[in-house]
Design a protein around this ligand. Structure first.
Ligand code: M6R
Length: 602
């Protein structure tokens, strides 16, 4: 969840690095850094916080003539956002930047420490540079030391290394994290996505996993497991917006597809094999807390509603959820043993921010769950847990909802683990389910195509009811909101058991019911609710792993042992369903009418 850039050539390197990092800042902005080697001299700079801080620090520096350079913008996973933890990490004479996670860094670090190597950061990345310098003591060349280093690393990474042992060359490797190489004349650029190099390079080579090598004046040497490799470049797109969409028609579509990978980022360093770690929280954070109150708006509110089931079920802690705009004027009774949580993608939503200020005035401890570091809500809160969804451009929120819900699930387990309200056996079952989520969020072509075909039957009618029970009720609310926002069709979310208390009066063939029917939770109950609607001739679109005879349309999801796995899979279905209907109706999916991405007014 970090951004990497590199440049080999004669141009002014600081400007190239800063400009490129600006494009990647959304991937991480708790610190940034750069290192430049020129005429056998290394210049390096690091700054915590936004990239503008690094700009300030480097304002008097300029590089001249040929040189090599690397830069990085960080989103903390191992170790807090400090200058020491910022990249590039340094050894005695080499610098490294890295994106991803080195799984065996602790073992490597231990063995290097046993040889007397001193570590200054808490990161996994620092291991790479010390390992390299250790290998270099006995290797025949810098490249041999670099490849020996790679042989010892386990995990996912993209990395760039420069060293005073070879001041003409950048060494690179990609294994599980994105990296590409751009070319323009003799200039060579590296980046973790193509937008930073658009306008600088004209040709590009997208590195494959397992590829590594080195770049020096105008020449890239590429290797893989079989040895030296030829490669051919492709023309680099010149339109940044188009490139940012990565070939998808809309940002919202791209963001739906991204959910699988961003969820891994959200979990990284927090969901371990047998335990939950939240570095953001002090050990005694929950000591005097007896209840939780959550305030949020829109999609974030739906994520909060989902979490109330988890907090009460897993953490055994009372949890109330309030729409922020209602909370503000209801003269709420607030007690100091209540933790006040705000959830916001943007961190700037006026109603949520004001609710937070009210809670603080009442002396409550506050925690925000947010996607934007340094946003108003994060700054106002005692503590924040960032969702790490990356920038979300589609006004209709998708990956923000997914990652918020994941953070809340993690938090509910963290409390359960801390307060011992769950056994190790239950914790393990939850962790196993969590680790399965990235896979269950992968969008298959078959599913997308099915929803595309199905969507043409849902362009009319007098309304949609999304129904579900338990955690699938907030998901029904969210499914309805997504459809409303981008299709402009009327849709409501309802608890399935509540239909017979009034709304069923609307049932006829022109009422579309989207039924969330997970098999792992209350299946028979929801089945009866849907049967009641079907008996009144409502058109039923059932989303379930279990074939349902009364469904007019049926979208089959996978069976799972855990409701949250079913939850996330059904979430993707409802998102794509809304998207495909909106596309058929010719609507502006990314910028729907009357809406704004960040609602900073009351
Ligand atoms: O930035 P926030 O999460 O605080 O925003 C809250 C709502 O405005 C937001 O979720 C809105 O409902 C989205 N358009 C939903 O797609």
């Amino acid at each position: 969840m970090c951004g990497i850039v590199g440049y080999v050539g004669f141009k002014e390197k600081k400007e190239i690095l800063l400009d490129s990092l600006q494009e990647l800042e959304y991937r991480g902005y708790d610190s940034a850094g750069m290192a430049v080697i020129q005429d056998d001299t290394i210049h390096h700079f690091k700054a915590i916080g936004k990239l503008s801080n690094l700009k300030d620090k480097t304002k008097d520096y300029q590089s001249q003539g040929f040189g090599i350079s690397i830069g990085h913008t960080r989103w903390a996973t191992h170790g807090k956002p400090t200058e020491l933890n910022a990249h590039p990490h340094l050894g005695d004479y080499s610098y490294v930047v890295h994106n991803g996670i080195i799984e065996n860094y602790q073992a490597l670090k231990k063995s290097l420490q046993a040889k007397g190597v001193k570590f200054v950061s808490q990161t996994d990345t620092e291991t790479i540079v010390h390992l390299f310098e250790d290998e270099h003591k006995t290797a025949d060349s810098v490249f041999e030391a670099f490849t020996q280093t790679l042989d010892k690393l386990k995990g996912a990474y993209a990395t760039l290394l420069i060293s005073k042992a070879d001041t003409q060359t950048i060494y690179f490797a990609k294994h599980g994290s994105p990296m590409l190489v751009g070319f323009e004349g003799d200039d060579i650029y590296f980046a973790s996505s193509d937008t930073p190099i658009i306008g600088k390079a004209t040709a590009v080579y997208y590195l494959e996993d397992g590829e590594y090598g080195y770049a020096s004046k105008g020449k890239l040497h590429l290797f893989d497991a079989h040895g030296k490799k030829d490669f051919s470049t492709q023309v680099l797109c010149t339109d940044k917006v188009l490139a940012q969409k990565d070939g998808y028609r809309f940002f919202m579509e791209k963001e739906i597809y991204e959910q699988s990978t961003v969820m891994s980022d959200t979990m990284m360093g927090r969901v371990l094999d047998h335990s939950i770690v939240l570095d953001e929280l002090d050990a005694d954070f929950f000591q005097d807390i007896k209840a939780i109150k959550i305030c949020a708006c829109g999609t974030s509110y739906h994520s909060a509603l989902t979490s109330a089931y988890l907090f009460e079920r897993l953490s055994k802690i009372r949890c109330d959820i309030e729409i922020a705009s209602e909370f503000r004027y209801k003269e709420p009774l607030l007690t100091p043993d209540t933790l006040f949580i705000t959830i916001s993608q943007s961190g700037e939503t006026a109603d949520t921010l004001e609710a937070l200020k009210m809670a603080k005035r009442a002396g409550l401890k506050s925690l925000s769950i947010c996607n934007v570091d340094n946003s108003s809500i994060v700054r106002e809160s005692d503590t924040a847990i960032l969702t790490r969804a990356g920038i979300e451009k589609g006004v209709a929120s998708t990956k923000a909802f997914a990652t918020q819900t994941m953070v809340l699930w993690i938090l509910s387990l963290y409390i359960g683990q801390t307060k011992k309200t769950i056994t190790q056996e239950i914790l393990q079952k939850e962790i196993d389910a969590m680790l399965h989520i990235p896979k269950s969020l992968q969008v298959s072509d078959v599913l997308h195509e099915k929803l595309h075909r199905l969507s043409k039957r849902y362009l009319h009618g007098h309304g949609f009811f999304f129904i579900g029970r338990d955690i699938f009720y907030p998901l029904a609310l969210e499914g309805a909101l997504k459809l409303k926002e981008i299709s402009y069709l009327h849709a409501e979310g309802y608890p399935a058991g509540e239909m017979k208390h009034g709304p069923i009066a609307l049932a006829d063939s022109e009422l579309f019911t989207i039924a969330l029917m997970p098999k792992s939770m209350h299946y028979e109950k929801i089945k009866s609710n849907v049967e009641e609607l079907s008996a009144r001739d409502a058109t039923i679109c059932a989303i379930s792993p279990e074939p349902f005879a009364l469904a007019d349309d049926f979208i089959q999801t996978k069976y799972s042992f855990h409701p949250m796995v079913e939850f996330f899979e059904m979430m993707v279905v409802t998102q794509l369903f809304a998207l495909e209907i909106a596309v058929r109706l010719g609507n502006d999916v990314d910028m729907p009418r009357n809406l704004a991405k960040s609602v900073t007014v009351e």
